[in-house]
Design a protein around this ligand. Sequence first.
Ligand code: AMP
Ligand code: MG
Length: 428
Amino acid sequence: MYRNGFDRLLESFPKRINFDQNLKVSFEETQNLIIDAVSPLPGEDISILDAVGRVLYEDIVSDILIPPVDDSAMDGYAVMAADTRGASEQNPVTLRVAGECRAGDSGAGKQVFHGTTVRIMTGAPIPAGADAVVRFEDAVELSGYVTLFGETASYTNYRRAGENIQKDDIVLPRGDRLKPADIGILASLNRHCVNVYRQPMVSIISTGDELAEPGESLRPGQIRNANACALCAEVKKYNGLPKYLGIAKDSISDMTEMFIRALQADVVISTGGISMGGYDFVKDIYDDLGIEIQYERVRVKPGSSFTFGKKGDTLIFGLPGNPVPALTSFIEFIRPALLRLMGAKRIWKPVVHARLKEDIRSARVHHLVQGYFTIENNEFFVSTTGNQKPSMLRSMSVANCLIMIPEHVEKVKAGENVMIQLIDHDEI
Ligand code: AMP
Ligand code: MG
């Protein structure tokens, strides 16, 4: 089942023609259509101590003022600003210290009159009558009197009630991904618990007769399973709950058994077995299990064999076996879907312009080139990480960005500006 007339487009293509024309969906279409296919998960109450990185299901509305009363921003002396008028080094003003107000005091009964001051600590309520605070550093106290050597304007070192948070403010809107500062705000608002979107459960399957897990003995011809651990790490990084199911052999029965178990999750990710090889059975399994392929064969390099299917609300992603396209497909297609499942408003990585340090040949499809950016004299520069073979996981490990060459661009030369996606930065 294809959307937006893609099914008809698909029919109109001969079975095997030029590589790029055989690819049906553009990179951007794939990204957008996957997001359209996602319905956010329900909410759940959790402790704020567990909530960092989770996405708010509710608007957080303040029912109090913060600070609750006018208080001091500094340790010093609460004064009437008018009393300091005309004060200078040559002509200092002296006030009588009439008391002290500490953080935690209610402030009741404390008052400043003309000619007097109250010693005050940061966070203590401003006594009645005072409208400014002179820092200890700017005053000299001796025998119950304090001498000031300069003028102080009203509201200096003075925090007004509610200047941080007003009553009825929507302090944190639904869809925000909680940062440590947000957790602090929730605590300030006396919220022990918070309603956040449930975390998606993500089944992860590796396929391939050649794979051995880390720690297992390696027969000749075998390689280590790099993808499963890397993808579990990616899912965790975005607050999903990965469930790794193991390696499915390149056999219909083994894969079927594993996909049936996998389908209990919100999301299924498999790697390998999705291309044209003689033992690439993943799409046959989709057919057998009633998984409807929504989009496949994307105009992107690396990772054109990426496939997206659905069964009920479960999202099923078939990734290439090579580690680089497996990870770039995760970043470009699965990561935004996970964030949207978790209700996040901000799901795209920042993209900035950078000056290219070397020539890049186009791939005739949307080209994602592993890059390394630096900032020199306030300008972004980028070079490739070198060899871009899809098996070169090392190159992905070195990369801190993906250089994005749109499909209509033939070649980009050193010195030209390109778009780079900052893959290690938070979504905006
Ligand atoms: P496939 O997509 O199954 O044809 O696999 C493409 C390439 O990726 C082959 O060289 C596989 O050996 C390799 N590969 C497949 N799965 C993994 C994995 N989990 N970890 C590392 N390499 C893999
Ligand atoms: Mg394989």
